[in-house]
Design a protein around this ligand. Structure first.
Ligand code: PMP
Length: 306
């Protein structure tokens, strides 16, 4: 469950949570062309509350809009400011931000509907560990999905497009109904792509490996983790991985804004490594925890204090 807040930013003004409604003819509801982001902000103690990588998220939001030809009525800098205001207005010390842009329902309701105005909403809510508190400490169980990740000419893999997430929803439901925590999605060639809302990494013999961009979202947490690894001098490579690479990995972990760094302890009934979070995963979890809570001065540019 998420924790409701008071106010939602809608098209430039705050409305109360219960009044933030849309018409049933909202084009995006029918055809799925909308875009969104997922951002977290954290309590940094005496330094205050900071949003993690806000500008990068809103840049990706803008790029998602350009990819699906939605003309956002706001500049990135305006949206950054609106996110900060939304956090301030709701007074949560830690939480999740969900900017969403959608196509309204007039004048057109056909596929074309090119001239319908775009609405933007920014919502915040309180959210705990996305894959469960136990998942963060013990690791989660993952199952290869019967659903395939979008081919890059079917989905727009660089964009967070609302409709594209039907693939994630089906895969997630299948995995959960089969008693697993998360789905492993393969790309159309059968290589490892990502999870339903997270990127994937594996560790073997001290080398960290992750699938290249192509069928996956260019995750900001993925980028954060790769930056840390490079700074430590830990070898990290982007290369195609097969599901059986994961079966013999020393460690597997997922990265995402919502899931942060979550260890994987089992893939398709194969126990990963020692069946508990490995040393590299733990090191990355700790370093990520320090970064987001303002304890690593090296990357102050990633924190926007509200
Ligand atoms: N892949 C998918 C499909 C996602 O939805 C997300 C979450 N945005 C990620 C990866 C991770 O991206 P990020 O680290 O930027 O949250």
């Amino acid at each position: 469950m998420y924790q409701k807040t008071e106010k939602i930013w809608m098209d430039g003004r705050f409305v109360s949570w219960g009044d933030a409604n849309v018409h049933v003819l909202t084009h995006t509801l029918h055809y799925g062309v909308g875009i969104f982001e997922g951002i977290r902000y954290y309590d940094c103690g005496s330094k205050g509350t900071a949003v993690f990588r806000l500008r990068d998220h809103m840049r990706r939001f803008d790029e998602s809009a350009r990819i699906v030809e939605m003309k956002l009525p706001y500049r990135v800098s305006d949206l950054v400011e609106a996110c900060v205001k939304t956090v301030r207005e709701n007074k949560l010390k830690e939480g999740y931000l969900r900017p969403l842009a959608f196509i309204t329902g007039a004048p057109g309701m056909g596929i074309w509907a090119y001239d319908n105005p775009i609405s933007v909403a920014i919502i915040t809510w309180g959210w705990g560990a996305y894959l469960g508190a136990e998942g963060v400490t013990r690791g989660i169980r993952m199952k290869t999905s019967s659903y395939t990740r979008h081919h890059r000419n079917i989905g727009m893999t660089k964009a967070k497009v609302c409709g594209q997430y039907f693939n994630s929803v089906l895969a997630k439901r299948e995995a959960k109904m089969s008693g697993y925590d998360e789905a492993l999605l393969l790309d159309p060639e059968g290589y490892v792509a990502e999870a339903t809302g997270e990127n994937l990494f594996m560790v073997r013999d001290g080398v960290v490996r992750t699938p290249p961009l192509g069928s996956i979202l260019s995750g900001l947490t993925r980028n954060t983790v790769m930056t840390l690894l490079r700074e430590w001098g830990t070898p990290v490579v982007e290369e195609q991985l097969t599901r059986d690479d994961l079966y013999v990995a020393d460690e597997v972990f997922l990265t995402g804004t919502a899931a942060e760094v979550t260890p994987v302890r089992e893939v398709d009934t194969r126990i990963v490594g020692a069946g508990k979070p490995g040393p590299m995963t733990q090191k990355i979890q700790n370093a990520y925890g320090d970064l987001i809570r303002g304890k690593n001065d090296k990357h102050k540019e990633w924190l926007t204090f509200v």
